[in-house]
Design a protein around this ligand. Structure first.
Ligand SMILES: Nc1ncnc2c1ncn2[C@@H]1O[C@H](COP(=O)(O)OP(=O)(O)OP(=O)(O)O)[C@@H](O)[C@H]1O
Length: 298
């Protein structure tokens, strides 16, 4: 079945006992480009990936991958999906050259040697080394190179750059960007590295406790959050009365408000609350995501 969406979820819910890891999630990620999923620890990112890959079943709702229900992926569908997770689960007993030969054989009709080489060349791996002997970063690199070599239509990456040094990280990001360039490949990627996400992602999905908090281009997400600095006498307005409040701090009697979806009316609000001066400060994506996620952080 052809779908314009790489991934679609409808009211998707996955519980683990009393824990709700994914909570009525409606998501529609178009084909092509890089979609980054960010969220605090435990926000449900890995669980979402496990459901999408058909490793676990939804408690309720539905999930579709490349137009097919995630629970009914055929071996041919799976051949179109690459997955790299933070555990880098390659067989430890196998030699590097054996693993590479196996992957080349498995994906012979789609194998992209150039993409494989562009990543693997960052690492000084010997063919006769056992996977279990590799360092964590080397194993990450091998996994990523294999996944890109597979030339997948959809590449799902769970914290792919964890443990990589700066050079390997940069090369990997370049390989990912080259891999989607103008083509149909979709990369869905989760990371806690916001500066990386900013460089890479066409769209940003912000998850909070399994729910969708924001879904837009990184610039747009950034534009929804604003930082206001106001010289308000005494305590300032009650927190509950501050529209869209995400964070409030007070330094040397000056109030800092980080708010969601507020325009110039927010200045009028602060003035009405007695502010003598009001100044709006530019917001980085890192700070914007931080403010979104700290709002209800445990
Ligand atoms: N097998 C499981 N049994 C019980 N609870 C689970 C299980 N797997 C996940 N959870 C819980 O579900 C929630 C979501 O976990 P998940 O691993 O999806 O989060 P995450 O967003 O990937 O987190 P992190 O950024 O820390 O990797 C967490 O609260 C976690 O404790």
């Amino acid at each position: 079945m052809i779908s314009d969406l790489a991934i679609e979820t409808r009211a998707l819910t996955r519980r683990h006992g009393r824990k709700v890891a994914v909570d009525h999630l409606d998501l529609a990620l178009p084909r092509g480009g890089i979609h980054a999923i960010v969220g605090a620890n435990g926000a449900g990112k890995s669980t979402l990936f496990r459901v999408l890959l058909g490793f676990v079943t939804p408690t309720a709702g539905e999930a579709f991958v490349l137009g097919r229900p995630s629970g009914a992926l055929t071996p041919a569908d799976r051949g179109l999906i690459g997955f790299v997770n933070e555990e880098h689960t390659l067989p430890g007993w196998a030699r590097v050259d054996e693993v590479v030969a196996m992957q080349r054989r498995l994906y012979a009709d789609r194998w992209d040697e150039q993409a494989f080489a562009s990543v693997i060349s960052s690492f000084d791996l010997l063919g006769d080394q056992r996977v279990a002997q590799l360092s964590r970063g080397e194993r990450a690199g091998l996994n990523l190179a294999l996944a890109l070599g597979q030339s997948p239509e959809l590449l799902i990456l769970d914290e792919p750059t964890l443990g990589l040094d700066v050079v390997a990280r940069r090369r990997l990001l370049e390989a990912l960007i080259a891999g989607v360039d103008g083509g149909d490949r979709t990369i869905v990627y989760c990371s806690h590295q916001i500066e990386e996400v900013e460089r890479l992602a066409d769209t940003l999905v912000v998850l909070e406790r399994g729910r969708l908090l924001a879904f837009a281009a990184p610039d747009e997400v950034c534009g929804r959050v604003s930082h206001w600095i106001a010289d308000v006498p005494f305590k300032g307005p009650e927190a509950a009365s501050v529209p869209g409040l995400l964070q409030h701090r007070r330094f040397d009697g000056v109030h800092h408000y980080v708010v969601l979806d507020q325009d110039d009316d927010f200045e009028a609000f602060l003035r009405a609350a007695g502010a003598r001066t009001v100044h709006r400060q530019a917001m980085s994506l890192d700070r914007a995501v931080d403010a979104l996620l700290t709002r209800n952080h445990a």
